[in-house]
Write a protein that binds this ligand. Sequence first.
Ligand SMILES: [Zn+2]
Length: 323
Amino acid sequence: MGIHEHYEHFPIECRFHQRVYTGYRWQRGWVRRGEWPHFWGNPPQGVKPEEAEDVLVAEEQGEYTFYNAFETADLISSVSRMVEDVRSGKNKKAAVKKWVSEYGFLGANLGSDFVHPKWEALADFWREAETLADLWGKYKQVTQRDMSGLRGWIRFVELPNDGDPLIPSPEGSRTKSDFSKEPGVMSFGTADLFFSATLEEIGQNPLRFYQLAGLRYILVRINGRIKSLELNYTGVEKIENPQDDIFKIRPVLYPRTLLEAMYLQFYILLSGHNVKICKHCGKPFPLKEKYSKNRVYCSDRCNNAAKMRNYRERKRQQVFLPR
Ligand SMILES: [Zn+2]
């Protein structure tokens, strides 16, 4: 297996060798977070017994396999599906253990000592999984032209035309995207995108504006998560000439954790082109020319599965329709 085709266009090779242990089990324990994270099976001094939490632990710490995270494109979509399943009633601990048994720890509790994590607190895993799934769902809305979804979290607001110096808007901009929850309250953040179009003009042809604003938001969130990537190299090549010597290194980007690798994959998908997120399974799929006619599903299988689901949904609604 080599690098997955979705990442091949990226100019720098990316590698993350993820460790998957042969077994995992849940344990109650006490967690110290931060630079030197630690996990205790018995309460350490100065810690209250009731502060124990659920922690997933690698069973045989010497037994594991490796895989390169950049050889698969399923990581983000499978985490998103797991979050969805749990939200619709599946057992959280069982679902998390199943995912980790297949893909390994996210690395949410990794400290600055760069070792492979041997445990992960449920609370941290879940927070990270939900954050990533939420962002992936937003990206899905952008690629699927899901206007009602996009309207749920993106708004456009008019900028005051008195050139208020407290509002850092570029010259000539009349509106900006806004992500604050309360209508009427203007917030400012790094994800804001400014437009010279008026609110009325945006309203006339909204899709493009919502997509651009949404992508901007997603990119800012991703960038915040790939800051500690290590740019390194594998080997030095020497090209010998009679007079001059030419040296060349082969650059490689190394994420520190699986989570960081997943955000980097997200970034790489955005830096390519023609990728859409399947409306049914949530996997990214390339928009080859013969498929370019408004495809919403990655495969016939997902198309049929979605049809079946819609059919059952309609049936159910008919049953509960009041007379
Ligand atoms: Zn699909």
